[in-house]
Every structure is written in structure tokens, then in C-alpha cells.
Ligand binder design. Sequence first.
Ligand code: GLA
Length: 385
Amino acid sequence: MTRESLNNSFKQQFDLEAQVFAKSPGRINIIGEHTDYNNGFVLPAAIDKYIYVAIAERADQELHLFSSDYNEYYTTTLSNTDTTATPEWAKYILGVSQIINQKTNNIKGFNLYLAGDVPLGAGLSSSAALSSAVGYALNELFSCGLTRIDLAKIGQQTEHEYIGLKCGIMDQFASVLGKQDHAIQLDCQDLSYQYIPIDWSENEVLLLNTNVKHNLASTAYNDRRNSCEQGVNWVKEKYPHVKSLRDVTISQLDEIVKEKDTDTYTKCRFILEENQRLQDACEALKNRDIKQLGELLFAAHWALSKEYEVSCPELDYLVSKAEHSEYVLGARMMGGGFGGCTINIIKKGMSDAFVAEVSNSYLQEFGFALTPIHINLGEGSSLIN
Ligand code: GLA
């Protein structure tokens, strides 16, 4: 979307010109799932699909918001604390505004127009893109002086406090700090990171949306987080220096957690192994060994499915098909799980052939179609000039 088209849409809604235009991307994650809230490593990358925001200051404390995706207009005030009737997309905007205001006291009323092309509910972090775009635009409009990392943390805090999903920081971090043609190897323990160049000259990434909508907030996501915390607490009783699963070894899990509860043990062990897979994947990327990377993706998938138990039959089906296809080097479910997309690393030019291999049988098996999503890597949050 151009600045001009955004401004035209803004004018239609509010009858005046917007002052700031910003966008933030959705993300993929190459490997490292459910590790972020365990102080582990992740390897996400920003994609070329964005949430766009146009915004202008008001003279009062009101927030006038329009979402083009939902074709919905919503009005509230900066001090509103009752969000029971607030649509979810507007909760993100209210949350980001209030949290920035608590930190800076700079926010005033505003009119905001929202649009985007990040598929919703597909595991591409459209919500993180939304909070990042809004934070980025408000930071600019009201000269709040926040850093990109501040904005990522504010997006995460919004998700925790306004939506109730105790997510890690991967999605917001990737959306705000993404870099064209790079993945981010992020250490969620101290937020140190490095950009890893991604050269897919012989391969391409294809996402297959199962079209199973996941509702992470209300379900097992927070349970998984609790299992990991339970494991840490047990280990901590004997080894008090332990703060998170990052400090725990497999032998400590064997010694302490295994006998207390097998399920907690399996979940915690998965996290330690997923961190190791990520390290191996970074090594494979550095060596341009895409075959090895692909094998790590398949291994990660089956561990997410059988051990961490965050997959679903549709995701498993697509990954099995990928394993049997000569075109696919690696595939796995991506993001929180229970639906959304698989990420597939495919031989260059073979995406359509793979889609042809799977789409009919998927439809027959599940009674609804899958949707291929072609992506390129993109840039983190930016102003649109
Ligand atoms: C969701 C959360 C992230 C992360 C992933 C799983 O996308 O928002 O913080 O935990 O699930 O890796």
C-alpha cells in the first residue's frame, strides 16, 4: 500500500489528512518453537506482508479507530479500562497506546486507520504486526523516544495484559527488528541477536495454510508455558541457581522431573532439544547445507507433534506429504501450533508442483481446501514516505 492510498482511505473515514504512515511485517520462523518464553533461541524473519497504519492527532483524548479488514469503526478513550465490549483488533491499539502512555505520558487522542495483507489466524503473527505498527506510528507521532526493542516489549505486554496470551517475544521482535533477506538469531534470555543472511538462490519457502484457525489464547499455549515453569520450579528446589529451562540440563531433568511427572518431563526435554536443533540449524545455514537444515525441520515437527503436542492432524498430514515429496527439503508446523501454516523449504521453482501433489488429497481428507502462501523476506517496522 502506498502512502497516497492510505491517506485517501484515511480521508474517507475521518475527513482530514493523516500525519504519520507506518507499516510492520508478519513473520515466519525457520526453527525454534516455544523456546522464546523459556529464555531460549529463535530464528524468525520478517516477511513481505504488512499491517499498515495511518494516524493523526486529535484535540481531545478520544481514539477513533477504523479497521478495513473488519470494516469496523470503534471509538474509545485513552483512559478506558473496560474492554469487555472492545473488538480484539481494537484492544491491541488501546493496549499499546495505554502502555506507551504509562511509560512516556506523551500520548493524546488520535484517529487511526488500519489495513493489511498479513493473513489473519494463519500463524504469521498478524497481531504482533498490528501492535508493532501501532507502536511505531505512535512513537513517531507523539515523539515518545522509544527504541525498537522497547516497542517489541510493549507489543508483548499488550498481548499478555489485553488478550491474555502469555506469549514470548519472538513475534514482536521479528516484526519490529526484521531485516531484508536475513533471519534473526535471537537469544531470548538477554535479547542479544545477530542477523543471519538467507540466500535461497536454489530454494524457496512456501507456506501452506491448513485453514484451521487456532485460538492460542484460550487453550493449550498457556498450559505449555505452565508445564515448563513447573519443571523449572522442581529443578530449582535442588539447584537454586536455575532461573529458566535455559539453565537446566537433560541430566537434571532425568534426575528430578522424570520421576515427578512424565508429561512435564517430556515438555521440558523438548525445549532443551529444540534449542539444540536451532544451534544445529544455524550451523547448517552458515555451511549452506540446506539438506541438513531440512532434516532438522522435519525432526522439529515430529517433536512438536508427538512430544510438545501442539500440532493437529492437518499439519501432520501436510508434513508427511512433504517428507514423501521429492521437491521438499524440509517442512514443519510453524508458530504456536494447533492450526495455521506449515513452512516448507522447496527446490526452486517446484512450489506449484508440490501444491499440485497435496491440494486435492488434502481437500478429500479434511473436506476443506488448503491455501498456499508465497512469501519473500521483508523489512521490520518502518515509516512509509
Ligand atoms: C506464538 C507466540 C510466540 C512463540 C510461538 C511459538 O507465535 O506468540 O511468542 O511462543 O507461538 O514458538
